[in-house]
Design a protein around this ligand. Structure first.
Ligand code: ATP
Length: 704
C-alpha cells in the first residue's frame, strides 16, 4: 500500500503494525474544548458590568439623580410646610414622643394662631375678585386721568394741542415694547427655565446630601471618623434596635434632633446629652454601646455612655476617630522639677480625662484600691501616686511589692520599709508591715483628741499574693485567706475601719480580681477604687462597685494591651462630672528610670531616711545601734525625730517608745540627749564613739 492510500478497513493480517506500541499522551491542545459563544458573551458582560468604571459611572448617575429627587422632595416639603399646618403638627408629635408636654402645648397654641390667621386670609380671598375689579377700575381711571392732565399741561406749555395725547401714546408704546421683549425672551425662557429649576433642585439635594451612602464617591463613602452631626446621632439611636426609641424617632421625623442637647467639643471628642423618649430606659441604651458605636462609625472603646443628673438622659462622649490611641504628654511630676506635694490639700497630677482636662486625685484620708489585668499599667499608675506623695516630706511611706522585680526599687532610701519579693517569706514580712501600721494606728487613736499626725501611707502592690498565701504562723493563724483569723486580711480590715481619721492609709494594687484574691470586705473598704482593663463585667463590679458599673463605668470594655494606663476611677477625690459615678482617666506614664529621678528629688527633700528591707523582730534589736542607724548622716537629730524614725524602723520594738525609754538606754553611755538651741537632741559622733569603744556583746533586748 502506497503512502497516499488511506485504508478503510483494518488489515487483519497486519494488526501489529498499525497499532502503535504505546498510545501517545493527549496534548494540552487536545484538552482545550471550544467555549460556547453565549458563555463567552456572558463572561464579557459580567466583566463589563462589574468593572470599577461601570460601577463608578452607575454611582455617578444614581448620586446626581438622587440629589434631584431628594431636592424635589425637600423643596416640596418646605412649600407644603409653609402653606399648611403640618409643621406645627409634626412638632407637636415630636414633643409628645419626647415626653415634653410643655413644649407640645406651646406648639399647639402656635397652631391655633396659625389656623386663625389662615381663616382670615381665606375670608379675605372670597371678597378679593370684587375688590380687584374695583381696584382695576379705579387704577385705570386715575392713570388715564393723570396722563390726560399731564398732556394738557404739556400742550399749554408747548402751545400745541397735539401734546394732549402724547403721554398716553408714550405709555402705550412702552407697553408694546415690554410685550415685544417678553415674546422674544419667552421662547428661550421656556427652554432654559426647566433646566434652571432642575439645577436649583439638584443644588438643594446636594446641599442636604440626599444621595445614599453607596452612591457616594469612594473617599466620601468611608465614613469612619466622620464628624458627629445631630442627624448622625439621631440615626444611630434610631437604628439601635430599641423599638420604642425607633418608633418615637420615626414619629418625630426631621425633628428627632430635638432629643439632643448641643453637641459640644470635649477634649479629643464631642459630648452630647440625649433626652430619651418616655418608654426608653437609659440602661437599654447603655447596654447597646457596641451597636451605638458602630452606628456612629466608631470603635466601641471610642464611645462612652454615662448618666448625667437630668432624668431620662444619657450623655454620649464620642471620641474623634483614633484620638484615644494617641499618647498623652508627660506627667507634670516629670516636667516640673520644682514640684512638691501636700498630702492634705493637694491633688496628685495623674493624667487627663477624656475631655482632655487634667485629672488630679486627692489621696487625703482615702484608702485606695487599684486593680486590672496583668501588664496594663497598674504598678505604673500606683507608683505615680506614690511618687507624688513622696514629694510631701511629712508623708511616711511603707511599701511591700509582692512581685519584687524592682518596680519599687527607687523607694529605697525614701520609704521607711521596702519589701520586695513574691515568696511566702515576703508575704509574712508584708503582713508584719501592715500589722505594724495597725499598731501605729492604735497608738495614734489613744492620743489626745486633736493631735495632728504625720501621714503614714502603706502600699502593697500585688496584694493578691498576700491573700492567696498558704503560709501559717506559729500561732496557727494563716497569713493569707479571708477568715477572721487571717492575718493580712484582718490587718487590712482594721486599717480600713479606723486608719483614715488618724492618717494611717493603705493603698493596694491587685491583679485580675476574684472573690478569693480580693475579698469583698477589702474591696469595699477602699474609698478610692480604680480599675484598669478587666476581663468581665463581674470583675468590673468587684473593682469599682455596683453603683459605678450601673452608672456606666466599664473597665471591662477597655482594650487589654491597647488601653494601657487608662483607668476608670470611682472616688470623691477626683472631679467627676455631676451625676456620673465614675470617670475615665488616661494616666501619664512614668517609666522606672524617670521614676528614679523623681524619687531622687523626693530624697533630697528629706534627710536621714533609712529603709528597712525586712520587718525586724521585736525580740531581736539593738537600741544603740538602731539609734545610730536612724541618725543617718546628720550631726544631731531632735529626740522626737529619733523616736519617730525608730518606730518606722521597728514598729514592734520602738512603736510605743517615749523620751523616757530613749533616755534610759542612753543614760550613762556618754551619748545622752543634750540641749541644742533649747531643744533635746542626740549627737551622732558621741554615739558612734560609744559604740566603737564598746566591747562586742551581741544584740540586746530593749527590755534589758
Ligand atoms: N500610662 C501608661 N501609658 C502607656 N503605657 C503604659 C502606661 N502604664 C504602663 N504602660 C505600659 O504597660 C507596661 C506594664 O506596666 P506595669 O508594670 O505598670 O503593669 P502592671 O499592670 O503592674 O503589670 P503586672 O500586673 O504584671 O504587675 C509598661 O511597661 C508600659 O510599657
Amino acid at each position: 500500500m502506497t503512502d497516499n492510500v488511506v485504508p478503510l478497513f483494518k488489515d487483519p493480517l497486519n494488526t501489529a503494525d498499525t497499532i502503535p506500541a504505546a498510545a501517545p499522551a493527549p496534548t494540552a491542545h487536545d484538552a482545550v474544548r471550544p467555549v460556547r459563544v453565549w458563555r463567552r458573551t456572558g463572561r464579557g458582560l459580567r466583566a463589563a458590568v462589574t468593572s470599577e468604571q461601570t460601577r463608578a459611572a452607575a454611582r455617578l448617575v444614581a448620586r446626581h439623580g438622587m440629589y434631584v429627587i431628594g431636592g424635589t422632595r425637600i423643596t416640596a416639603k418646605r412649600t407644603w410646610d409653609g402653606r399648611t399646618a403640618s409643621r406645627y403638627e409634626r412638632m407637636i408629635r415630636a414633643a409628645e414622643a419626647g415626653g415634653n408636654f410643655e413644649e407640645a402645648k406651646e406648639w399647639e397654641d402656635r397652631l391655633t394662631r396659625f389656623r386663625a390667621a389662615r381663616h382670615h386670609r381665606r375670608m379675605d380671598l372670597l371678597k378679593a375678585p370684587q375688590d380687584a375689579v374695583k381696584s382695576a377700575a379705579y387704577g385705570t381711571g386715575l392713570t388715564a386721568g393723570g396722563l390726560l392732565l399731564l398732556g394738557i399741561v404739556l400742550a399749554i406749555a408747548n402751545k400745541d394741542a397735539s401734546w394732549i395725547l402724547a403721554p398716553i401714546a408714550a405709555v402705550i408704546d412702552a407697553v408694546g415694547a415690554i410685550v415685544y421683549v417678553a415674546t422674544v425672551v419667552w421662547g428661550p425662557a421656556v427652554t432654559v427655565g426647566p433646566w434652571l429649576a432642575l439645577l436649583a433642585l439638584w443644588g438643594v439635594g446636594r446641599q442636604k446630601q440626599t444621595a445614599p451612602q453607596w452612591a457616594l464617591p469612594a473617599q466620601q463613602r468611608d465614613d469612619v471618623g466622620a464628624p458627629i452631626t445631630p442627624s448622625i446621632v439621631v440615626t444611630a439611636l434610631r437604628d439601635l434596635g430599641i423599638a420604642p426609641l425607633r418608633n418615637a424617632i420615626k414619629e418625630m421625623g426631621d425633628v428627632g434632633a430635638a432629643m439632643l442637647g448641643p453637641i459640644r467639643i470635649a477634649g479629643c471628642g464631642v459630648e452630647v446629652d440625649v433626652t430619651l423618649p418616655s418608654g426608653v430606659s437609659t440602661a437599654e441604651v447603655q447596654g447597646r454601646r457596641r451597636k451605638l458605636a458602630e452606628n456612629l462609625a466608631r470603635h466601641e472603646h471610642e464611645v462612652f455612655i454615662t448618666l448625667p443628673a437630668a432624668a431620662r438622659t444619657v450623655r454620649l462622649w464620642i471620641a474623634d476617630s483614633g484620638a484615644l490611641d494617641e499618647p498623652i504628654g508627660p506627667s507634670p511630676l516629670v516636667t516640673d522639677e520644682t514640684m512638691t506635694a501636700n498630702y492634705r490639700t493637694g491633688k496628685a497630677p495623674w493624667g487627663q480625662d477624656l475631655r482632655g482636662d487634667a485629672a488630679t486625685l486627692s489621696l487625703y484620708q482615702r484608702h485606695l484600691l487599684i486593680t486590672g489585668l496583668s501588664n496594663q499599667g497598674k504598678t505604673a499608675a500606683l507608683r505615680a501616686l506614690a511618687l507624688w506623695l513622696a514629694l510631701d516630706k511629712t508623708v511616711e511611706l511603707r511599701i511591700a511589692d509582692l512581685k519584687g522585680v524592682g518596680d519599687w526599687g527607687m523607694f529605697d532610701g525614701l520609704a521607711t520599709t521596702l519589701i520586695q519579693g513574691p515568696t511566702d517569706e515576703h508575704v509574712i514580712q508584708a503582713t508584719e508591715m501592715v500589722e505594724g501600721m495597725v499598731a501605729e494606728m492604735e497608738r495614734r487613736i489613744q492620743m489626745p483628741p486633736g493631735t495632728v499626725f504625720d501621714p503614714l501611707v502603706g502600699i502593697v502592690d500585688e496584694a493578691q499574693v498576700a491573700f492567696m498565701c498558704p503560709a501559717v504562723g506559729d500561732d496557727k493563724r494563716p497569713y493569707g485567706g479571708s477568715k477572721a483569723t487571717s492575718r493580712y486580711f484582718m490587718a487590712v480590715r482594721k486599717i480600713h475601719n479606723q486608719g483614715r481619721a488618724v492618717d494611717v492609709i493603705l493603698e493596694e494594687g491587685t491583679q485580675d480580681p476574684t472573690d478569693q484574691n480580693l475579698p469583698k470586705l477589702v474591696r469595699e473598704g477602699a474609698h478610692t477604687r480604680i480599675s484598669l482593663a478587666l476581663g468581665t463585667e463581674s470583675q468590673a463590679r468587684m473593682a469599682l462597685g455596683d453603683k459605678a458599673v450601673d452608672g456606666g463605668a466599664a473597665p471591662h470594655l477597655l482594650r487589654q494591651g491597647l488601653d494601657k494606663g487608662t483607668v476608670v476611677v470611682a472616688s470623691d477625690g477626683i472631679k467627676i462630672p455631676a451625676g456620673q459615678a465614675s470617670i475615665t482617666v488616661r494616666t501619664h506614664y512614668i517609666d522606672t528610670d524617670t521614676a528614679g529621678v523623681i524619687a531622687d528629688r523626693a530624697k533630697a527633700l528629706r534627710s536621714g531616711i533609712v529603709t528597712a528591707h525586712t520587718v525586724p523582730d521585736a525580740a531581736e534589736h539593738e537600741p544603740l545601734a538602731d539609734i545610730l542607724t536612724v541618725l543617718g548622716t546628720e550631726t544631731r537629730v531632735l529626740t522626737q525625730e529619733v523616736l519617730k524614725r525608730l518606730a518606722a524602723l521597728n514598729d514592734k520594738a520602738y512603736g510605743r517608745w517615749s523620751f523616757i525609754d530613749l533616755k534610759r538606754v542612753l543614760d550613762g553611755t556618754g551619748a545622752e540627749p543634750y540641749k541644742s538651741d533649747g531643744r533635746m537632741v542626740i549627737g551622732r559622733d558621741r554615739l558612734a564613739r560609744v559604740l566603737a569603744n564598746r566591747p562586742d556583746e551581741g544584740s540586746a533586748s530593749a527590755a534589758e
